[in-house]
Design a protein around this ligand. Sequence first.
Ligand SMILES: Nc1nc2c(ncn2[C@@H]2O[C@H](COP(=O)(O)OP(=O)(O)OP(=O)(O)O)[C@@H](O)[C@H]2O)c(=O)[nH]1
Ligand SMILES: [Mg+2]
Length: 343
Amino acid sequence: MSVKCGQRLVRTSFSYGQSINWFPGHMMAGLREMRDQMRNVDLVVETRDARIPLSSINKQFEQIVKGKHRVVVYNKADLAPVSIQATVQKEMAKRSQHALFTDTSVDKSVKQILELAKTLVKDDPVRYQQLVVMIVGMPNVGKSTLINALRRIGVRKGKAASTGAKPGVTRTVSGKIRVLETPAVYLVDTPGVMVPHIPDPIAAIKVALTGGIKDNIADESVLADYLLFRLNLFDGVDYCNVLGIEEPTDDISYLLQMLGKKIGALRRGGEVDIDKTIHFFLRTFRQGKFGRVCLDDLDEGSVEEFFQRNLEDASPSKNQQRKAKRAAQRQRTLERARSRNLD
Ligand SMILES: Nc1nc2c(ncn2[C@@H]2O[C@H](COP(=O)(O)OP(=O)(O)OP(=O)(O)O)[C@@H](O)[C@H]2O)c(=O)[nH]1
Ligand SMILES: [Mg+2]
């Protein structure tokens, strides 16, 4: 189906039925270690991506954080519209979750976490001689960068956690990292953990688009097509101007041809290098060059439906566990085959 948008016809729906799964061994091990260490943790910072406030929820954490103080931090707030913040906070409050928005490059936003830690200690100084905070979340949402920012602000010290633009940088649970002297507050970094089996393929595309799934696990031409589909529907996003192309289109092959020529991504003989062009297109989005966007629908009905469908029962059923195990096995076989091909 398509609608007229100015002079153009654009798609109003996008269908994709294939599941995208990425659950390498270090995630399972990390999850186990987080569970083991939880008894020493006073506060859990559950970090999500502000561009996908729903799709970046991992229900596996529900089990782990039970009975702990928890704050939900929507990081990369600089990449999402400011207008979603009140809506998300209201929807999370309905579910008894306190939500903050952060941009790790803005001290004021990161300080909110330190303030929260200080309040916990102030309210119960006998119980909290020191505060241990564990940061958990999906891969690449900015957990380690957030720890470094807290440390920079709290104790004026340099980087203590490794960070990187690709998912899967942190692979084990860290030791305690000091981020405040008085009161003594320590942060524990953890590996990003994916949902073993994302039931909704479109949600998986969103996670991959925002950098949560290792490249080459998802079909990048599908990611590019979905991105174009969304860019055409966003009000006020002038992707032609950003990409330096002449006219909008809803045809990904046509866009890649135009873009490839524009950026000079050409093979010998002058043919457009499609892979290179796709990488450029995805990178442009991930760097926020198309402006602030939110890929999840946040009207009350959609949020309600999401929670009912995905989070009613936090513990995975036997069937889901079997599915996750099979998906992980398939993925491992695929990765082994891929690396053999690369050798
Ligand atoms: N735009 C923007 N980028 C951010 C922000 N915070 C972190 N990043 C970037 O996001 C990428 C991932 O950061 P990491 O801190 O390594 O993410 P992580 O959650 O620790 O990732 P894993 O260890 O793989 O789970 C890096 O390129 C950071 O520079 C933010 O607030 N805004
Ligand atoms: Mg990390």
